[in-house]
Design a protein around this ligand. Structure first.
Ligand code: ATP
Ligand code: F1X
Length: 303
């Protein structure tokens, strides 16, 4: 079973307008509300593809109710810990450029935190836990690391999509896969990564530091997978980009779901790339139909 962890879910409020006029009233023609948060996006893709999974995290207030109702409607199994405070709303502004306004997130009380942590006691060695997204400011920044120790105690695998120190700190515990984008990879080492060779070199460093698979996403430039002995690369298929929010989460879902079923890193990378691009070419998170449409266009080469 795959479990996704979204400590800080959201309603993603997506607004579209041809031009943002700062300091003026902007009237919106098109708005959407989606259940958001990185792990939730991962769960949505896993469910689309028929991989058994359950979404975990914290939900509260009317906003939290909206998220859980939408997940139930979408057929995403979930077991969120209820909290007294409100789940956040993140604004995704699509004008000349994509701008995201992500809130800090709710207060989590010690009792709510404890109830959540207890869920980890039931993991087994065949499970995979996917940790994605920000940690609400009321929880310790070491929270992922503490949860990872619990996952390891149960003999389960885990994947992590986080950045900076939090990511570096987890590498020694040998995550199944980490998925920085090329900018996050550059920031980790405080370098500029201006060639594929350079990206490969720094991807290798994450493998040497402990990651089993390092999948580097590069938006419209495709992706790279670095393993202990190999490096694979693929350009991105062409298409009309509608909403790239969640493309990285979709990529992680495609990889992990396929890996859980096949243990084949190249097939998993291929599915990951297809899911990422399919979401970029959709208004919301991609459907299975869209993913299958994109899949034949993915060409992977050893690099
Ligand atoms: N414009 C695009 N055209 C084609 N494919 C894309 C595009 N944007 C993203 N993708 C696909 O999705 C993958 C993940 O995208 P990206 O690198 O933007 O992830 P990310 O930075 O983690 O995004 P997010 O945080 O919004 O989920 C890319 O590696 C690529 O395969
Ligand atoms: O603030 P975080 O937790 O880093 O990111 C949250 C978020 O931007 O990530 C998803 C896209 O990847 C969105 O659904 C959501 O709003």
């Amino acid at each position: 079973m795959i479990y996704t962890v979204t400590l800080n879910p959201s309603i993603d409020y997506v607004v579209q307008l041809p031009e943002l006029k700062l300091g003026e009233v902007n009237r919106l023609k098109t708005t959407y509300k989606f259940p958001g948060g990185k792990g939730i996006n991962v769960s949505r893709i896993l469910s689309q593809l028929g991989h058994q999974n359950q979404a975990w995290g914290f939900l509260g207030g009317l906003t939290g109710k909206f998220v859980s109702q939408q997940l139930t409607k979408l057929g995403v199994a979930n077991r969120f810990t209820p909290i007294a405070d409100d789940t956040r709303i993140n604004v995704k502004l699509k004008a000349e450029q994509e701008t995201e306004l992500n809130a800090a997130g709710p207060q989590i009380t010690p009792a709510e935190k404890q109830a959540f942590v207890e869920q980890f006691e039931h993991l087994t060695a065949t499970d995979i836990v996917i940790f994605s997204g920000s940690v609400p400011s009321s929880l310790p920044q070491s929270f992922y690391f503490d949860l990872i120790q619990k996952v390891k105690e149960r003999g389960a695998e885990y994947a992590v999509d986080t950045t900076g120190e939090a990511l570096l700190k987890t590498l020694v515990t040998k995550p199944l896969v980490v998925k920085p984008n090329n900018h996050e990879l550059a920031d980790l080492f405080d370098v500029e990564l201006s060639s594929l060779e350079a990206i490969k070199t720094y991807g290798r460093k994450l493998v040497q530091m402990g990651a089993q698979h390092v999948m580097i996403s590069m938006a419209g430039d495709g992706g790279m997978l670095v393993t202990k002995d190999h490096c694979y690369r693929s350009a991105a298929p062409k298409g009309t980009v509608q909403n790239s929010v969640g493309a990285g989460d979709s990529m992680l879902a495609g990889f992990t779901g396929t890996y859980a079923a096949t243990h084949d890193p190249v097939a998993s990378f291929r599915y990951g790339l297809a899911c990422g691009s399919a979401t970029a070419f959709s208004a919301d998170i991609a459907t299975k139909k869209k993913i299958e449409e994109v899949l034949p266009q993915i060409k992977i080469e050893e690099f």
